[in-house]
Ligand binder design. Structure first.
Ligand SMILES: Nc1ncnc2c1ncn2[C@@H]1O[C@H](COP(=O)(O)OP(=O)(O)OP(=O)(O)O)[C@@H](O)[C@H]1O
Ligand SMILES: [Mg+2]
Length: 505
């Protein structure tokens, strides 16, 4: 018999205007990885925040080892050995790795007598146990996201936690980093810990989870054994209907004029001699492994990073783009992969965030910013992208992670740009909404927009693109179009390093 760690019964939680959880039950055993899935806004993060005392529940009971517990704050959950690694990591960038691990804990007084050297030694022991290579003395801000996550895991272990909750830990990781994370998760599972894993990458659930619990609209749907579950079955439980993701039938435009052309772009180390064209009505995919220079290329075109050399033409006219403002004026939009840093003002309403890039359009009508027009536009966007929010006035910070991402999309779609660069537009977005976004891209292309789609998910690139250029280490290594577009060909170009080409490695 499996030993039970956590049982949550009949949990309900409301926020003003939103019933985030309604009568949800959940159970976790020792030595188990339990995946929690559901659409954006289904209530996954909220349920886990109730378990860790970030939010107080309105109703329901929580048991640990069969005994009811009263969790009133994060301190309580930590003391009980329950730790959550949040969707947006909670580390302090300027402090060292070791300081981050040991900061703000209850036995602070004892630690007060420990100097940095002692903290570093204790941190080093934790990393040895995890078998990861991290220097405890460097500032956390200098680490990759994957390593920052390992720091969070080390921190969790330092509390002797029995329950580790990870909210979309793989969303921003490369395949190798995911493998490493899974190795650590399996190790913790073998030690008898319970791990709750929230993810939108359904294909990884088979690899890592023992059971899967599905939530929908703040409610509990079902819990299934992963070994017995079919991905399609999970999807239909999540969205309440079947979804088929098929290749787009939109044909490549014939003889369409070139909307954007870049010639011999060089910027930093990651953009080397990059040239390509995008036509009106065309979707150009840019594929490549993480670190291939795709985002850097987009940022260089958008004026977010300085260009060392090269030329940019929009509708045949050579432009001097030095800042994002120049780019926006030329009709280029860039939807960044990092919603927190570049995309959104979390303290402002959904509506303001959406309108910000298009202020001029609303002003040009000759009025002061007209609330009615804004509202009308926003309603259309909420509808088209199925953004889950109680009202257009809701502060963006209160939206679920995936819904924040959709607001970034709404913001740029509101502004009428001719060239749209999407950088990982579906990261953290659920399957149903992903499909909606693909359809939206098709529609925009059919309307004559030129679209660049950067994505690490190959099926997605293949689904939407008329043509794909592939990058590796800052250079374009190949181009495929139409029926030639397939995973094997793209992967071959994506790993075509210069060193290999000249017989190295
Ligand atoms: N602090 C808050 N104030 C108001 N509403 C909130 C707050 N936190 C969450 N919500 C709302 O509760 C609902 C559930 O959100 P939650 O973050 O739990 O979703 P999720 O399943 O984690 O989604 P995602 O996959 O997008 O991260 C959403 O409608 C969200 O807008
Ligand atoms: Mg969430």
């Amino acid at each position: 018999m499996a030993q039970e760690l956590i049982r949550m019964e009949h949990i309900s939680k409301s926020f003003p205007g939103v019933k985030a959880l309604s009568d949800v039950s959940f159970q976790l055993n020792a030595g188990e990885v339990h995946a929690l899935v559901g659409e954006n806004g289904a209530g996954k993060s909220t349920l886990m925040k109730v378990l860790t005392g970030v939010y107080a529940k309105d109703e329901g009971r929580i048991f640990l080892h069969g005994k009811e517990v009263d969790i009133r704050g994060v301190r309580d959950s930590q003391r009980l050995g329950i730790v959550m690694i949040h969707q947006e990591l909670n580390l302090m960038n300027h402090l060292t790795v070791a300081q981050n691990i040991f900061i703000g804990r209850e036995e602070r007084r004892a630690l007060f007598f420990l100097n940095d050297a002692a903290l570093n030694r204790r941190a080093r022991e934790l990393f040895e146990r995890l078998r990861v290579d991290i220097d405890p003395t460097v500032p956390v801000g200098s680490l990759t996201v994957a390593k920052q996550q390992m720091v969070e895991i080390a921190k969790a272990l330092s509390y002797n936690s029995e329950v580790l909750i990870m909210d979309e830990p793989t969303a921003a990781l490369t395949d190798n980093e995911i493998e490493d994370l899974f190795r650590v998760i399996r190790m913790l599972r073998a030690e008898g810990k319970g791990i709750i894993h929230i993810s939108h990458r359904l294909e990884e659930l088979k690899q890592i989870s023992d059971r899967i619990t599905v939530m929908r609209d703040g409610g509990y749907v079902a819990t299934v054994d992963t070994a017995q579950a079919q991905t399609n079955q999970i999807i239909s439980m999540m969205v309440g209907r079947e979804i088929f993701i098929t290749r787009s039938e939109r044909a490549a435009p014939q003889n369409a004029p070139v909307a954007l052309e870049v010639k011999n772009l060089n910027a930093g180390r990651m953009v080397r001699d990059v040239s390509f064209k995008v036509h009106k009505g065309e979707i150009l995919g840019i594929a490549g492994l993480v670190g291939a220079g795709r985002t850097e290329t987009a940022r260089a075109i958008f004026g977010a990073d300085p260009l060392e050399s090269g030329e940019i033409f929009v509708h045949g006219q050579r432009l001097n783009i030095r800042t994002p403002k120049d780019a926006v004026r030329a009709g280029i939009a860039y939807l960044s992969e990092d919603r927190k840093r570049y995309g959104l003002m979390l303290g402002l309403s959904v509506q303001t965030n959406t309108s910000i890039a298009a202020m001029k359009r609303f002003l040009r009508a000759g009025f002061f910013l007209s609330d009615a027009r804004e509202e009308q536009n926003m309603r259309k966007m909420i509808d088209e992208l199925s953004i889950k929010t109680p009202s257009t006035h809701q502060l963006t910070r209160f939206l679920s992670g995936g819904n924040q991402q959709k607001v970034v999309l709404a913001k740029w779609l509101t502004r009428n740009c001719d060239v749209l660069i999407f950088d990982e537009p579906t990261r953290g977005i659920d399957v149903g909404a992903k499909n909606e976004i693909y359809k939206l891209l098709d529609r925009l292309a059919a309307e004559g927009k030129a679209i660049i789609m950067i994505s690490s998910e190959l099926p997605e690139i293949i689904r939407v693109s008329n043509r794909v250029v592939v990058m590796c280490e800052g250079r374009i290594t190949g181009e495929v179009k139409g029926d030639e577009i397939d995973q094997t060909t793209i992967m071959r170009y994506a790993t075509m390093r210069e060193a290999q080409a000249i017989g190295g490695e």
